[in-house]
Write a protein that binds this ligand. Structure first.
Ligand code: GAL
Length: 666
């Protein structure tokens, strides 16, 4: 049995952040650890960018810093999340072995001098990365401070070099078997692209005009897998030294560069870095909505508790304008993560850097020191987290699944499509936001996952759907589930080959549609009115319900070239119901539609009446209420509850200040 996050948390929510002592003189380390203790820190991530300090020249080893800081952490009773330093190779590696450096689509070298400058396919990079990982694992595998292994950092570098080309060909041979099969899968008859020899195949480099979309799709799959090989090699090395210590790598939130489902399956602990934009503003909770989406996705990838590996204590330094988080927002968004399944809350970073590219990025301990507002808020958060230990290891029950997949995203966003205005993550976010604002807690699910736990299946957009996914969807709806399906779904197979009829025949049968005849995408700012008075944007479609027993029209287009045609349809399929939504409804209309479908499927929010902007989500024994608005609110309670954060008892209602949070126990 692999270890899990529970082996690291040991029943407590872990709290802490990245600590980069390499950047500081040793006296500072002692002060750091003292202040960490005072702030309630229980986990420090160390070593992420330590390669040049541990291996200052090829083959040398200098463990003095890591020895000392791990010892200091252990003496202070603080756990270590020990990173392999392989995200940022030292300059000597690139200088001596330029073949370890990635090349972009144009063939230009991506030089050292920043970070993440490695070609994932380079045997030389892999060899050096593995060697230092093994040595670190050997030295610290049984260190008493060690709680969690952190491999690399935010994997995502792609490369188009010749070594990558050779590796890509091997990958393609495993996927397609023969060159004939590859030519068929890629549709290389188009534009005379037929390959006569494996050696002719390249990564999709800069070309004269549009590349072959199936080629690009396979390259994205390959890049994710190549990086995953780097991860699993290091994971296996640390596991060999410490089989009971769980392993993670910090994923980027809803990141297009790697297939998050495949990666999560290889991790003991799924962790994510999350930086919602505080400038979204207190009256526009887009930051909180983005957080909720990433948190639901991460929990679903983890199939249970997960770790928030990085968040900002206040401002970041990489947006055009970097606003600080106003008072209370760090607490609100941190507790939102706990409510949505996080058992670990960490920040980037503990002490704000004085030099380097991120010196203006906030930290738990800012330049202005421990008396700063930011640090005081960090301390207050650290002090109150133990009140929430009752949720550690528990789940967030959800009867709604939002289906999501990376290859579908990759295939849908290529050039040469009906509208470049359709952004997969934006459509996904719009649908998730609609569920979130009605407090309909959802998981995200791979289209081929077991869907039996879910009564409401939501497909914002899955352009590419394989046979297994279509069959499973059909079976689940036939057995009684409700499906709400958005446009541009089921259009292509896993090789991006278009299926007949506008969308797959099995999907049309579920939806009660004869055909999707023609897409009528909408221009930026253009809307179309439906006959129920609501509007849609982004997209519209000429769809034909099947006759005689096909879908009924729930709403028709009232304006535009499709006036009079169905826009939203509904169909009984076996014991279930399937809705089709051929436009992007305005936010309230989409939320209304999903609430209606949920209610019909017997799915209700955790509290019947919650003021707008208040998030309500149940986790384990607690019901969390989070006020994302700038105004105080009062939330009516059907039964009495005690707020474990304050110890106060509330019988009929609970007041919440702006950014206020309650964690209620019946
Ligand atoms: C993350 C990264 C950290 C730091 C942080 C700044 O993406 O893992 O090392 O750069 O962003 O927001």
């Amino acid at each position: 049995m692999r270890p899990t996050l529970a082996d690291a948390t040991r029943g407590r929510i872990l709290f802490g952040g990245d600590w980069n002592p390499e950047q500081w003189p040793e006296e500072t380390w002692h002060e750091d650890v003292r202040l960490m203790r005072e702030a309630g820190v229980t986990l420090a991530t160390v070593g992420v960018f330590s390669w040049a300090s541990v291996e200052p020249r090829p083959g040398a080893r200098d463990f003095r810093t890591l020895d000392t800081v791990l010892g200091l952490l252990d003496d202070a009773g603080i756990g270590a999340c020990l990173a392999t330093p392989t995200a940022s190779p030292p300059p000597w590696l690139g200088a001596r072995h330029p073949e370890t450096l990635p090349r972009d689509e144009h063939g230009a070298v991506v030089w050292y001098g920043s970070r993440n400058h490695f070609c994932p396919s380079s045997p030389t990079y892999r060899e050096h990365a593995l060697r230092i990982t093994q040595d670190i694992a050997h030295r610290y595998g049984s260190h008493p401070a060690l709680r969690l292994w952190h491999i690399n950092n935010e994997y995502g570098t792609a490369c188009w070099c010749d070594t990558t080309a050779a590796h890509f060909r091997t990958w393609l041979q495993a996927r397609h078997g023969t060159l004939d099969a590859l030519n068929e899968a890629w549709g290389t008859a188009f534009w005379s692209q037929r390959y006569d020899d494996w050696a002719e195949i390249l990564p999709p480099r800069r070309a004269q005009y549009l590349p072959n979309p199936a080629h690009v799709l396979d390259f994205k799959r390959f890049t994710s897998d190549a990086l995953l090989e780097c991860f699993t090699a290091e994971r296996d090395a640390v596991t060999a030294a410490s089989p009971r210590v769980p392993v993670t790598t910090n994923l980027m939130p809803l990141f297009p560069g790697i297939d998050g489902w495949r990666w999560a399956a290889e991790e003991d602990v799924v962790s994510v870095d999350l930086y919602p934009d505080p400038a979204a503003g207190p009256d526009d909770p887009a930051g909180a909505a983005h957080g909720a989406l990433v948190q639901d996705l991460t929990r679903s990838q983890a199939r249970g508790p997960w770790a928030l590996m990085e968040q900002a204590a206040s401002a970041v330094s990489w947006r055009p304008v970097n606003k600080p988080k106003p008072p209370g927002l760090t607490r609100l968004w941190s507790l939102q993560a706990v409510a949505r399944g996080a058992d670990t809350l960490c920040f980037f970073q503990w002490r704000q850097s004085r030099q380097g590219a991120e010196k203006f990025h906030s930290a738990m301990l800012p330049h202005s020191g421990p008396r700063s507002r930011v640090h005081r808020e960090i301390r207050a958060l650290g002090a109150e987290l133990p009140a929430l230990d009752a949720v550690v290891g528990t789940t967030v029950p959800a009867r709604v699944a939002v289906l999501h997949d990376w290859p579908s995203w990759w295939a849908a966003e290529q050039p040469g499509r009906p509208s470049d205005q359709v952004s997969y993550p934006a459509v996904l976010a719009a649908w998730h936001h609609a569920l979130w604002r009605r407090n309909l807690t959802c998981d995200l699910a791979h289209p081929e996952a077991d869907l039996t736990p879910y009564d409401l299946l939501v497909v914002p957009q899955l352009y590419l759907l394989g046979d297994a996914a279509l069959d499973s969807l059909a079976a689940r709806v036939h057995a009684g589930a409700t499906l709400v399906c958005g446009f541009l779904t089921g259009v292509a197979d896993p090789d991006d080959r278009v299926r007949d009829g506008g969308t797959d025949a099995r999907l049309r049968r579920i939806l009660g549609l004869a055909a999707v005849h023609e897409w009528w995408p909408l221009a930026p700012g253009e809307t179309v009115t439906l006959d129920d008075g609501t509007t849609g944007s982004l997209w519209s479609e000429d769809i034909e319900p099947a006759a005689p027993a096909g879908a009924t029209t729930a709403a028709a287009y009232a304006t535009g070239p499709l006036a009079g045609h169905p826009a939203i349809t509904r169909h009984r399929h076996g014991a279930g119901t399937a809705w089709y939504v051929s436009t992007l409804p305005e936010p309230t209309a989409l939320a209304d539609l999903l609430s209606r479908a949920a209610a019909a499927a017997g799915v209700e929010p955790p509290l019947p009446a919650v003021p707008p902007g208040v998030e309500a989500v149940g986790r384990g024994p607690l019901l969390f209420l989070l006020n994302h608005t700038a105004a105080p609110v009062e939330v009516p309670l059907p039964t009495p509850y005690t707020d474990v954060l304050t110890g106060r008892h509330h019988t009929t209602a609970i007041p919440l200040p702006p950014n206020g949070v309650a964690a209620l126990r019946p």
